[in-house]
Design a binder for this molecule. Structure first.
Ligand SMILES: *Cc1c(COP(=O)(O)O)cnc(C)c1O
Ligand SMILES: [Zn+2]
Length: 567
């Protein structure tokens, strides 16, 4: 850790260093904490370097919770365009509407930011397996990043998540648990599953990395608006260009008057508001934008609480909306924090629109601006239309709408039905029944595979190949001795064995396995980097079930072998 930033508990104000896997306050056990930076030092550092950096999320790395050993960027996250919506503006009588096109992230929603920062810090912390619950897009984004980082992901999705999204998640090799329950219930079940197994669980607004990731939307918007103002004026449109003056200094930053987003759990606006607050503390912008948080009528606990001037929400137990992305019935303390912070500075509103209005807005946006969005994003645009019509947003105000996500492209036919294999549907009855069903999905039921290889990267690759295509319990041994010990202790269903290892090599391991009656019949696949001599081949003959050359086998070849050997 090389940066002067600390995590502050929102309940007892106790401060700690940032440890990605530590999710509670060590003093009071509170789960609501916030990253605080020494802006006088870190902002200066960032601004000194910023004009030389690509326009993207890592541009602001001094103000992100990163450790020095994090490798970035991962998939090209952030740096999305800010588009001027001239036609929509003409229609609505507001020439200053801008669209932050978050569809352009690697998996087509703004959840890519959350996944990128989380996976970067978790990988550097040595996490190899994690759990989340999602209404779809979080699972898709984390799946892509987890695949690249070789992290095994368990995603709990409600059965309302559209099949196209579920398919996308499984394509990346994530293990999906399909839960016939509300999203809030799915979250609880996933949290319990993670707790029982001691796995990292993504908690959204309570997770430092997630909030910090979202704030980069605010930073980017302020830079882009500043440049548009400096270079083009607000009404002429055009895309952001990374401008700097003759000395290479970045020109200026500017906050919009409004930030509009479709809201479910509220992580986005919470992070974005924090981002603008930090920019103001640094002195880069004059004031915070008003936040317009738009929910769908069938699931609008925040809007309800706001209208009643309440600081806490009453949960919506059975959301009635077709827009599953926005089905958080209980946003809990995220709402309270957002409400309090909006009251304290910047202001804003919570408003709802109907599913029908959202679908209509989708059509308008596609036909007027050439931008195709998913229904959840339609909610934000329906909110924009409503707030301008109602005179809440004034004609001359500068508005930025978070264009949060794209409708999934239709690769359905190309993928066929193979994705079904990665979805587990526990036969379930509500509540305790479901948890009970999940515990039957216990580790013990999975085929157990032992990987014996002295190269960590090789073990990681084989583990990744196996875990991306099915449920296996995997043991790893870093040399022959440890391999023999594990084989005797665990009696795995299959051993994947490297040949060249120090001390006891693969041949030696094989000899000893065959000597003991309990391990003699365990099937063995040899994976080797070595071109075998005739004599060596003879030594293996009849004693192994498969032989593969490292660097020459494809995922499915290894998997086919594995599948024929373990049932
Ligand atoms: C997650 C999501 C939202 C809601 O965002 P929150 O900040 O979590 O409330 C809106 N639109 C899309 C496309 C999303 O994926
Ligand atoms: Zn505390």
């Amino acid at each position: 850790m090389d940066q002067p930033f600390l995590i502050t508990c929102l309940d007892c104000a106790y401060q700690t260093l940032y440890i990605p896997t530590q999710t509670i306050c060590p003093k009071c056990g509170g789960t609501w904490r916030e990253a605080r930076y020494d802006l006088s030092i870190l902002a200066g550092k960032m601004l000194a370097k910023i004009s030389g950096r690509d326009f993207g999320l890592w541009r602001y790395q001094e103000l992100l919770p990163l450790r020095s050993d994090v490798t970035i960027p991962i998939l090209g996250e952030g740096g999305t365009p800010l588009l001027h919506a001239a036609n929509l503006g003409m229609m609505l009588g507001n020439p200053n509407i801008f669209i932050k096109d978050e569809r352009r992230g690697p998996t087509h929603s703004f959840k890519d930011r959350q996944a990128a920062v989380n996976i970067a810090v978790l990988k550097s912390a040595g996490v190899s397996e994690m759990v989340l619950a999602s209404t779809g897009n979080v699972a898709i984004a984390f799946s892509a990043y987890a695949a690249r980082a070789g992290i095994k992901l368990w995603a709990f999705l409600t059965s309302l998540v559209p099949p196209e999204k579920m398919r996308e998640v499984t394509l990346y090799g994530t293990q999906v648990i399909k839960v016939t329950a509300s999203y809030d219930q799915a979250k609880q079940i996933a949290a319990e599953f993670a707790r029982q197994r001691g796995l990292f669980f993504e908690t959204g607004a309570r997770n430092i990395a997630s909030v910090e990731a979202m704030k980069t939307i605010a930073y980017e918007i302020a830079e882009q608006l500043g440049n548009i103002e400096a270079g083009f004026g607000f009404t002429s449109g055009g895309q952001y260009a990374n401008q700097s003056d003759s000395l290479g200094n970045h020109l200026r930053w500017r906050a919009p008057d409004w930030y509009i987003q479709a809201v479910s759990g509220g992580l986005g606006p919470l992070g974005v508001q924090k981002g603008f607050r930090e920019l103001k503390d640094i002195g880069l912008i004059q004031r915070l934008p008003a936040m317009a948080n738009i929910q769908t009528e069938g699931c609008a606990p925040m809007v309800q609480a706001f209208h009643e001037k309440l600081e806490t929400v009453r949960p919506v137990l059975s959301p009635r909306t077709h827009i599953s992305t926005l089905s958080t019935g209980n946003p809990g303390r995220t709402y309270s924090l957002l409400y309090q912070r909006m009251q304290a500075e910047g202001g804003g509103i919570f408003e709802s629109v109907s599913d029908e209005e959202a679908i209509r807005a989708m059509h308008i946006l596609a036909k007027m601006e050439g931008i195709s969005v998913e229904p959840a994003t339609g909610v934000a645009f329906a909110g924009l239309i409503k707030l301008i019509r109602n005179g809440v947003i004034m004609p001359d105000e500068v508005v930025v709408v978070n264009c949060s996500g794209h409708t999934m492209p239709v690769e359905l036919t190309a993928l066929g039905e193979t994705w079904i294999g990665n979805v587990i549907e526990p036969d379930e009855t509500p509540e305790e029944g479901l948890l009970a069903a999940l515990s039957r999905l216990s580790v013990a039921r999975y085929p157990r595979i032992l990987i014996v290889d002295d190269t960590p990267d090789a073990r990681r690759l084989v583990r990744r190949i196996l875990q991306s295509q099915g449920a296996y319990t995997i043991y790893e041994a870093e040399d022959g001795r440890a391999g023999l010990e594990l084989a005797t202790r665990q009696l795995p269903d299959l051993i994947i064995l490297d040949l060249m290892m120090p001390e006891i090599d693969g041949f030696g391991v094989l000899d000893q396995l065959k000597e003991k009656p309990e391990t003699a019949s365990i099937p063995v696949i040899v994976v080797t980097a070595k071109e075998l001599t005739g004599a060596e081949k003879k030594r293996l003959e009849g004693r192994i079930q498969g032989l593969m050359q490292k660097g020459e086998f494809l995922n499915n070849e290894l998997l086919d072998e594995v599948r024929t050997l373990v049932k």
